[in-house]
Each structure stands twice: as structure tokens, then as C-alpha cells.
Write a protein that binds this ligand. Structure first.
Ligand SMILES: *Cc1c(COP(=O)(O)O)cnc(C)c1O
Length: 391
């Protein structure tokens, strides 16, 4: 983790009110910003992305967070949203037109694909390429590119199976075809992977996960060039209205201050948990880049400076009863959605009757996802061991 990233995460408030010595940003709990004259009001309202006019557009507390997230990703600008899906829906609806096609690469977050299905009703096409078909050098995506492909949207590591993509290769292929690229970088956080350095145009995050980090706030962000963010601001943000509030921005900023220390601990514990899982006879396979790749493989060496604590494994003989018995036997790992918080969580995509759907996606019915929290690997392993012993 580099020093400047730590400085950006921990940077004190340096806004115009810093004369009071407040190192935390003030929460600008206001819906509007009054102007000294009608002329300045008219001038500023015409450039609402640049001036504080109305908090559905911009707000100083939110802007402080946006500046930090843009710096961390190495992008020129960022826009925060009320949720990760707020960010993703604003991105897709502002960039895509009737007749366009979007190509999804890897297993992407379920609701992102549901949104793409919904946009089908507005004449926006999509297709998905996953697993082996992508290829280690991403060359498999080429045959899925169409004349009307307007966006290549990837998630890496991917949802549920944590499959790693070669982002530089995807960026090169997309450039050759003149297509914009977007990556959901939620798993890695900007500390462990920087898609823009690999040539990706747009990065999205759910801030609800590691960046918020305390399971007490929901948020999202899009990082991109200034023109892309301006366009997104006027179409996707102002009009759809999934606005992050000043209070939520201040909570995400609080999360950001401890992100470097939390990520180091998530990684340490996850690696110990994985080492333990590989010793268990009940475990068919473990899915996490620490387990699936050697550290000197170029895609890992050049693209990652660390791995987060979200992993999955396949429980042998994954019937609903057995998966339920395992999850119900855990006590430190709580059962729930989401991930990336301080607390360890466990869940499974298995539902009564969806076994064939899971297999079609390339997931085993015994797939169990763990978000390794901050309680310490010894305690986490203890809990898992007890649950395995109850099977
Ligand atoms: C949770 C999540 C999202 C959506 O974020 P919300 O804040 O829940 O709307 C998007 N992508 C990934 C990878 C996620 O895990």
C-alpha cells in the first residue's frame, strides 16, 4: 500500500472553514446554497456541477469525499451516489442509448445484470461472457463485441467465484474497437487494484462494502474523466436523483481513514482462513486469488497490491440441508447479505429449487461465501471448525 494512498485516506479537512481547526469535514446539512446576487445565482446555476447550488447536485461534504476517491483511483473526477446501484444505474442509463449493446465480462453483481435485463425493454441489448470463455488474455471477449457495442463492463475479481481478469488486456481490446470500458472495483478497493492505471476508462464502487467498512452506510461512486463525470452528473445524477447525503458522505470519509489498516487485517485473516479451509475434507475447492494464483503470475503481480477478505468455497455434497446446517452452526460469522464490514459474514446463493440455475452459471450448489471480518483469524477459524464438525 503506497504512502500517498494512506495520505489521501487519512487527509484532514482542508476546506475554507478549516480556520476553526476542524480536522473532520463539517457536515453541510443543507438542501440549498443562497447566493449574494441574482447574477451570481444565474451564473452558478448554469454550471451546477462546478458550484454548490442545491444538494441534489453538489454538496461540500460529498465533494470532499469525491475528491478523495478520484485521487485514490487516479481519475480526474468522481460522483457519489446514494448506493452502488445508484452509481451503476446512472452510469448505464447516461451512457447507453436505444440500439446500443453492453458486454458484461465475468460474473458481475446480480442486480447489475437485472438492471441490464430491465434496460432491454428500452432497446438496450446486453450479453455476458464468463469463465473459461474469457481466456487468460481476455481474447475470448473479442467475438462477443458487436458493431453496436458501446460499453464493456467488467467486474474483477468477479462475484461469487472471485475470478481475476487481465484488465490491461481488456482495455487494449476495447481501445482497438473504440469502446469505453468500466470496471466494478468494489472487491479490491482502490488500495489493492487500480483499473485506470491498466487503461480502464471508468471505475465504479459500492461504498457500502470495504470503503464504508462499518455496515452502517450505503453508497456508491463513479470515477472517470471530467467530461464523462460531467455528462453523468447532468443525466444520471441530477435526473435520477440517487443522491448521497452530507451525513452519509461524512460516514464514508470516516471509513476511509481506517481503510488501509482494515484492508491489511482483512487480507491477513483471509489468508489464514483459506489455509485452514484447504485442510478440511468437507471442502471441495476454495475461490480467492490468494489460493487460485501464484504471487508471481503477471496478472496478479502487475495488477494487485493486495487481496481483500471476500472468498468462497465449495462444500462437498452441497444440498440445501447441509448448507443450512453449516451456516446455522456458525456463530461469529453472521448470516446476511453484503460484505466488507468489520464483522464476518457468511451466505450462500443456494435456494430450494435453484440448483440447476446455479450449475448453469458455473457455481456449485455447495458454494458458501465468507466475508472475513476483523475479529482475528484464530476466532474465525475456531468458528468455522466448529461448524464443519457439526456437519
Ligand atoms: C454491493 C455491490 C454493489 C451494489 O452496491 P449497493 O451499495 O448495495 O447498491 C455493486 N457491485 C458489487 C460488486 C457489490 O458487491
Amino acid at each position: 500500500m503506497n504512502r500517498s494512498d494512506r495520505e489521501i485516506c487519512m487527509g484532514a479537512w482542508d476546506g475554507p472553514e478549516s480556520g476553526h481547526g476542524s480536522i473532520s469535514p463539517p457536515v453541510f446539512q443543507t438542501s440549498l446554497f443562497a447566493k449574494p446576487s441574482f447574477r451570481s445565482f444565474v451564473e452558478q446555476q448554469a454550471q451546477e456541477d462546478e458550484y454548490f447550488v442545491y444538494s441534489r447536485g453538489t454538496n461540500p461534504t460529498v465533494a470532499f469525499l469525491e475528491e478523495r476517491l478520484a485521487l485514490l483511483e487516479g481519475g480526474a473526477a468522481a460522483k457519489c451516489f446514494a448506493s452502488g446501484m445508484g452509481a451503476i444505474s446512472a452510469l448505464l442509463t447516461s451512457r447507453l442509448r436505444q440500439g446500443d449493446h453492453v458486454l458484461f465480462v465475468n460474473h458481475v453483481y446480480g442486480p447489475t445484470l437485472e438492471l441490464a435485463e430491465h434496460l432491454g425493454g428500452f432497446g438496450i441489448e446486453h450479453s455476458v461472457v464468463t469463465g473459461e470463455a474469457i481466456g487468460a488474455d481476455a481474447s475470448g471477449i473479442e467475438e462477443h463485441i458487436r458493431a453496436n457495442t458501446a460499453l464493456i463492463y467488467a467486474e474483477s475479481p468477479g462475484t461469487m467465484r472471485m475470478q481475476v481478469l487481465d484488465l490491461a488486456a481488456i482495455a487494449r481490446i476495447a481501445r482497438r474497437h473504440g469502446i469505453a470500458t468500466a470496471v466494478d472495483n468494489t472487491w479490491s478497493t482502490p488500495l489493492f487494484q487500480k483499473p485506470m492505471a491498466a487503461g480502464i476508462d471508468i471505475v465504479v464502487h459500492s461504498l457500502t462494502k470495504y470503503i464504508g467498512g462499518h455496515s452502517d452506510v450505503v453508497g456508491g461512486v463513479v470515477v472517470a474523466s471530467k467530461p464523462v463525470v460531467r455528462d453523468l452528473f447532468y443525466k444520471g445524477h441530477q435526473l435520477l436523483g440517487a443522491v448521497m447525503s452530507a451525513l452519509e458522505a461524512s460516514m464514508v470519509l470516516r471509513g476511509l481513514r481506517t481503510l488501509p489498516v482494515r484492508m491489511a487485517e482483512h487480507q491477513r485473516s483471509a489468508e489464514q482462513v483459506i489455509d485452514f479451509l484447504t485442510t478440511r475434507p468437507e471442502v471441495e475447492a476454495v475461490h480467492h486469488p490468494y489460493h487460485d494464483h501464484r504471487p508471481d503470475e503477471p496478472v496478479v503481480r502487475d495488477q494487485f497490491s493486495g487481496f481483500s477478505g471476500l472468498l468462497s468455497f465449495d462444500l462437498k455434497d452441497g444440498t440445501f440441508d447441509r448448507v443450512a446446517r453449516f451456516l446455522d452452526s456458525l456463530s461469529l460469522f453472521r448470516i446476511g447479505v453484503s460484505w466488507g464490514g468489520y464483522e464476518s459474514l457468511a451466505t450462500s446463493p443456494l435456494r430450494p429449487g435453484n440448483e440447476d440455475d446455479l450449475r448453469a452459471k458455473g457455481f456449485s450448489t455447495g458454494l458458501i461465501r465468507l466475508s472475513v471480518g476483523l475479529e482475528g483469524a484464530e476466532n474465525q477459524i475456531d468458528d468455522l471448525e466448529r461448524a464443519f464438525d457439526k456437519l
